[in-house]
Design a protein around this ligand. Structure first.
Ligand SMILES: Cc1ncc(COP(=O)(O)O)c(C=O)c1O
Length: 495
């Protein structure tokens, strides 16, 4: 067989792996002579060139020693090298949990025990009311490509590491934007660019909470935030949420805590905003305990009725609030760009932690985003998609009203990219059955149940079945069709 065909069919690779395995497991002992290339070629029906190539590779990798005019021999001590090589190779394949070669760290064990849940992908033709993804059609592709091209044209001669706090052009532009759009009073020095809010939460969990320390979280709440804190061994103190958001009067009763994670502008998932009195109560609670408050401002661009109210950060006179924002809701969750507004006292430590974690966020996208913020195209884009999302939300709410009427109560429609639909006549225990019945009609809906902390979920009998309904992915007619089918599913279920 010609050499290139043998190569293409992987024969040389197979032979290489066979020799490496035998050397590794000691079948071919250190110092033992190998067959000549000619003899092996005849024996295996391969070309001599292919066998020579395999020997050369084995020699280059240290498994054999070749000397001109003498037989090649297995390298002494290659058994271990082979075993290490195999281990390196094996790492590319997932290892069953019971076959770990070593033990996991305490953090590793926490992470392994998290039930992160991976929803199966939307099947073709299904109408998916998922919350989280955005529609690719809404992305400002041309503007973004123009910005990226401009940035690439100005690539500097020295490709240096960036400041771990983020690119200066972006931090300047962001500071101006946040002051104008959110009334945030902060200096450029207080800004840290991160790879999405999730990294901000990860840094807070590692830097501000001791293993075994307590963190107040909203329940129901953003489970990815719960996971971020639990991953490092924090104990979660689940605080109730009512129609005005976090019930701050009951915080003190939860006991000591090092940090509170809150979504005050748009409680996730119930959608309320935290009134100013509760914001002050939260800050007083934090001050009494010298606790931190993490304010997750993930979707404030989508207030449809009124402008978002003052942030908790802007009410904070003691420097205990860490404000977190993201571009996952306005541009793309795939971009992995978010920011933190840090109290001055935390800046150095967070910058160092960011540096040892991943140096910094990618420079190109940071600079491209800076351009969008500077030339006003980001604001124009946000105004455009706010109108689009509002139209989708209106279509969804109207369709829910038209097809389900009194059977459904909609919560959290003042803002955001999702609403909660409560099914009045249906107990929480029927949530799964509702999801399955909808799936039979080609509709994916997502129960609110998983937003409750599993150990602190209210007894299912105390609430109705609820769905977290995202609409950012769907066109208006599809939204309507989806709700029509959901109504059919409910009828079948109740029959
Ligand atoms: C409450 C909340 N915070 C933050 C985010 C954004 O996370 P990230 O910036 O890591 O994409 C989301 C996304 O769904 C969210 O629901």
């Amino acid at each position: 067989m010609p050499k290139d065909v043998e190569h293409r069919t992987g024969l040389s690779r197979t032979l290489y792996e066979e020799f490496r395995a035998r050397i590794a497991d000691g079948t071919y002992a250190g110092g033992a002579p190998l067959p000549s290339t000619r003899a092996l070629a005849v024996e295996r029906g391969l070309s001599r060139a292919t066998v020579s190539l395999v020997y050369e590779q084995l020699a280059a990798d240290g498994f054999i020693e070749s000397r001109a005019g003498a037989a090649s021999r297995v390298a002494v001590g290659a058994a271990q090298a082979g075993a290490a090589g195999r281990a390196k190779h094996a790492r590319t394949r997932p290892t069953a949990p019971d076959r770990l070669a070593g033990s996991l760290s305490a953090i590793g064990r926490h992470i392994a025990s998290l039930k992160l849940g991976d929803p199966s992908p939307t099947a073709p033709g299904e109408i998916d009311f998922v919350y989280g993804p955005l529609s690719g059609n809404d992305f400002p592709t041309l503007t973004w490509m123009k910005a990226l091209r401009a940035v690439e044209r100005q690539r500097s001669r020295r490709l240096e590491y960036e400041d771990p706090r983020g690119n200066m052009e972006l931090r300047r532009a962001l500071q101006a934007h946040l002051s104008q759009a959110r009334g945030l009073a902060c200096s450029v020095e207080q800004l840290l660019i991160v790879n999405g809010s999730q990294q901000a939460l990860d840094l807070c969990a590692r830097l501000l909470v001791d293993p075994g320390g307590s963190v107040v979280v909203e329940n129901p709440g953003y489970r990815m935030a719960h996971h971020a804190f639990e991953a490092y061994g924090a104990k979660l103190l689940c605080a109730d949420v009512d129609s005005h958001g976090l019930v701050t009067e009951r915080l003190a009763a939860l006991g000591p805590a090092q940090l509170a994670y809150v979504t005050p502008t748009h409680q996730f998932p119930l959608g309320s905003f935290l009134p100013i009195a509760r914001r002050r109560q939260l800050l007083d609670w934090a001050a009494e305990r010298r606790a931190w408050v993490v304010e997750d401002d993930y979707d404030s661009e989508y207030r449809y009725a009124v402008r978002p109210e003052a942030t908790v950060q802007s009410l904070d006179s003691r420097g205990c609030v860490i404000h977190v924002g993201t571009f996952s809701k306005t541009l793309s969750p795939q971009m992995r760009l978010g920011y933190m507004v840090l109290p001055v006292a935390l800046v150095g430590t967070f910058a160092d932690a960011k540096r040892v974690t991943d140096r910094h966020a990618a420079t190109g996208v940071q600079r491209a985003l800076a351009r969008l913020l500077e030339d006003g195209s980001y604001d124009r884009h946000v105004r455009r998609i706010r109108r689009l999302q509002q139209a989708r939300q209106r279509a969804l709410v109207e369709a829910l009203d038209r097809y389900l009427g009194e059977e459904v109560e909609v919560q959290g429609a003042a803002s955001g990219l999702h609403v909660v639909a409560w099914f009045r006549g249906l107990p929480a225990t029927a949530e799964r059955a509702l999801v399955d019945a909808a799936r039979q009609q080609g509709v994916r809906v997502h129960p609110i149940g998983p937003s409750f902390h599993p150990s602190k979920a209210r007894p299912a009998g105390q609430r109705s079945a609820g769905l977290v309904m995202g609409y950012a992915l769907l066109e208006l007619d599809t939204l309507e069709e989806g709700i029509r089918r959901l109504a059919d599913a409910l009828r079948q279920l109740c029959r």
